[in-house]
Ligand binder design. Structure first.
Ligand code: DLL
Length: 432
């Protein structure tokens, strides 16, 4: 049995005392070890030692994705690189990724919190866990891997892609728990049907799905098509990776491992902390992370926070199923994509500001991204081979920057919409 009962069922008073001690320690560490935070804290007149109550946190400055970008790649690390044993990265808003680092102790914390999530989803050492999240710079694969190994389950690290092989291994190895994006779980079911494989020859019982928005409707579809119970796992690379929160059998929100990752909900415009039960932007402070501590990180994810104990017995705070974002980040086949990344690539090809439209659709169960690129004089060529060449150059460059393939449609000068106010570059036709 892997869960931390003394933490997960701690009374509020005990939890807040623990959080205050950890916050004090964290503010100390970032003040002395990260020049960026020292400057920010000095700007608001804060010294280590000034944190007396948990509510003092609301007086401290926020950290944003732009701050991470300005300090690329390792500027916000609080330990020397000799202490860093792992680096991951996720999409930044332009060509450069957001980089995160882990000490050995951070990996240990990550494995523990992800194991707690998997335990909420009924995982035990009897399980065969197939991890079809991508391994590599993305935190999904290795993050779930650490948690499943911590439980003592038998881990099959298939990573993403190669659907037929995934199904073959799932059947042959008797996979009981599947971890992947919810849309990929549906795709796997669809391919299984098409290839005439019989559901009854699979031993699958549970699934842990996340890394992209999904709905109760989609949960119902997955549960029906696979005849399993599906759980929602949330996380983001900046805070740790998968395993920041997960839902339990009570299905009344995702329990946040708030002894390590402290959640707040703010009004994204006024930046005021909102009372529990109100909808707003999720903000996280990491209490124990050594390599890459984060103070009040603005996730841009929208949710609602609840602190009453749950029917399952846990007292850990809960966030409601994620409800969208305050920025224009899209998640396409599990990969985070910002329109500004597309823009920065197109700028490499022409002299003027590029005109483009992104269309996202769900074909069957898979996401498809089409980018209509308006030809500028610099891109223009009057031969068919010239156009095909231009299209290939743009496609290859976008593939490598975005990390997913997109169809490119070259369109005539002047044919994409122009905007007087805020431009609308994205049409998302997916129904989730
Ligand atoms: O997606 C970490 C992860 C991997 C979570 C595997 C769960 C499972 P990033 O690539 O940094 O990290 O993307 C983080 O994905 O801010 C949300 O917008 C979105 N997201 C993650 N989980 C969920 C979820 C990983 N369960 C961004 N529901 C986050 C809705 C989610 N959105």
């Amino acid at each position: 049995m892997i869960w931390n009962q003394s933490i997960e069922c701690m009374d509020r008073e005990g939890m807040e005392a623990l959080q205050l001690r950890r916050l004090q320690d964290m503010v100390d560490r970032i003040y002395y070890n990260v020049p960026f935070y020292r400057r920010k804290l000095q700007e608001v007149g804060f010294m280590p030692g000034d944190v007396r109550h948990l509510s003092d946190l609301s007086k401290l400055p926020f950290t944003t994705k732009q701050d991470l970008r300005d300090n690329y790649p390792f500027g916000l690390f609080a330990v020397p690189m000799s202490e860093v044993v792992r680096v991951h990265a996720s999409s930044g808003t332009t060509g450069k990724p957001t980089v995160v680092g882990y000490t050995r102790k951070d990996l240990d914390t990550w494995a523990e919190t992800t194991a707690r999530c998997l335990y909420m989803a009924n995982t035990s050492r009897q399980d065969v866990v197939q991890i079809s999240y991508g391994y590599g710079l993305f935190t999904g694969g290795l993050g779930l891997h650490g948690g499943a190994e911590r439980i003592g389950a038998s881990v099959i690290p298939t990573s993403s892609g190669n659907t037929e092989k995934q199904l073959m291994l799932m059947e042959d190895f008797g996979t009981t728990l599947l971890a992947c994006t919810p849309s990929y779980a549906l795709h796997l079911a669809e391919v299984r049907e098409k290839s005439g494989m019989d559901r009854s020859s699979f031993k699958l019982r549970y699934g842990v799905f996340g890394a992209e928005p999904w709905s109760e409707r989609m949960r119902g579809q997955i549960e029906e098509q696979w005849q399993i119970k599906a759980y929602d796992i949330y996380g983001l690379s900046e805070v740790m990776g998968p395993g920041v929160a997960n839902d339990c059998d009570a299905r009344s929100g995702l329990h946040v491992h708030e002894d390590h990752y402290y959640p707040e909900i703010i009004d994204p415009l006024t930046e005021e902390v909102l009372p529990q039960g109100e909808k707003g932007e999720l903000v996280f402070t990491t209490f124990t992370k050594e390599a890459f501590p984060l103070l009040r990180y603005r996730t841009r994810d929208i949710s609602v926070l609840h602190r009453e104990p749950c029917a399952c017995g846990r007292t850990l705070a809960r966030i409601e199923r994620l409800m969208g974002r305050t920025d224009d980040m899209l998640i396409i086949r599990g990969v985070n994509v910002f329109p500004s990344q597309v823009e920065s690539v197109l700028l490499e090809f022409g002299e003027a500001a590029p005109h483009y439209q992104m269309v996202v659709e769900r074909e069957g169960t898979l996401d498809k991204l089409t980018i209509e690129v308006e030809l500028s004089p610099a891109l223009f060529s009057d031969t068919i081979t010239g156009l095909a060449h231009t299209e290939k150059l743009i496609r290859d460059r976008l593939d490598s920057v975005l990390g997913i393939s997109a169809s490119i449609k070259l369109v005539e000068p002047g044919s994409t919409p122009r905007f007087e106010g805020k431009s609308v570059r994205v049409t998302d036709k997916r129904e989730i």
